[in-house]
Ligand binder design. Structure first.
Ligand SMILES: [Zn+2]
Length: 299
């Protein structure tokens, strides 16, 4: 079987999928020990050992914030005790199977491309996570595009396309050092921030409750949000032209956004007769762990 682990700061979720049918054989959750690196490795192995009771492991994929630097060491992980460690090498010492690592957006893209919302796509798909932040995973010719600098898919830190202070609100500095990053508008945080600046303080859930009651300003705001998201998707179409764009993360659960974004997409694409569909993910929160399992099933 193929095994995927979704490694978070509080929980590690593991899944064992049949290598051929992709049927789920076991899912298992365990607390993440973030006190010491040894404790962390031991919590990872507890998940792997439990999953291993259900079949022989062909490969392991790790869904984890951060990446591997040129010396094979972890960098940029939110579980900070991992940074500077030979994380993959240390797990391989304990179980000698192919091991790969990818971030949550890459895992979402793989999961949905393999047998989710983009399963009809022949060779390309882009998945965008619109949650607390914004990132994307790009699949071209059946493979994730990670890139020379490991920046493939970091669309959240490109400027919001066609940004205008009159339409989109006051200029905003991003923690990354750039201004008007896409993430500052289309993430869930951005959705509530821009509403609160323009009208009154409300979180995403409250805005959508007002929307459901027919509140004019909430309706105007969701329309603007979908326009911003359509600009981002149109940029993706103009640049990569994937067969499908899949949305994941908290904001993707708002069903009202799909008809609006799809209706606005052609307003911003280079030619106006594109047929690209922007779709909701199928696997929801399980996409991370499933996509990690698929890391060795590319190409
Ligand atoms: Zn930024």
């Amino acid at each position: 079987m193929i095994v995927g682990l979704d490694i978070g700061g509080t929980k590690i979720e593991g899944v064992g999928l049949d290598s051929v049918t992709y049927d789920t054989l076991i899912t298992y959750r365990y607390d993440t020990d973030t006190e010491t690196y040894e404790g962390f490795l031991s919590s990872i192995m507890s998940v792997i050992n439990e999953v291993a009771k259900y079949g022989d492991i062909d490969s392991i994929g790790l869904g984890c914030c951060g990446s591997i630097d040129k010396n094979g060491l972890m960098q940029g992980a939110n579980v900070i005790i991992l940074n500077g460690k030979d994380f993959i090498g240390d797990i391989k010492q304990k179980i000698n199977v192919p091991i790969a690592i990818a971030n949550d957006a890459d895992c979402l893209a793989l999961s949905e491309f393999k047998d989710g919302a983009a399963k009809q796509a022949m060779n390309s798909c882009v998945a965008i996570i619109i949650g607390t932040g914004c990132g994307s995973g790009v699949i071209v010719h059946n493979k994730l595009v990670t890139g020379l600098n490991k920046l493939g898919g970091e669309i959240g830190h490109n400027p919001l396309p066609s940004y205008s202070s009159k339409i989109d609100g006051e200029q905003i500095d991003c923690y990354c050092g750039s201004k008007n990053c896409t993430e500052s508008f289309v993430s869930g945080t951005g959705f509530s921030r821009t509403f609160s600046e323009k009208y009154f303080h409300a979180n995403s859930k409250q805005i959508m409750e007002l929307y459901a009651q027919g509140h004019t300003e909430a309706r105007k705001h969701l329309d603007l949000y979908c326009d911003q998201l359509a600009r981002v998707c149109a940029n993706i179409v103009n640049f990569v032209d994937p067969e499908v764009i899949v949305l994941g993360g908290g904001m993707s659960n708002i069903d009202e956004i799909y008809p609006l974004v799809n209706a606005k997409l052609n307003k911003y694409t280079f030619t106006k007769n594109t047929v690209t569909q922007v779709l909701k993910n199928v696997y929801g929160d399980s996409s991370g762990v499933r996509g990690a399992a698929f890391l060795h099933q590319q190409g």
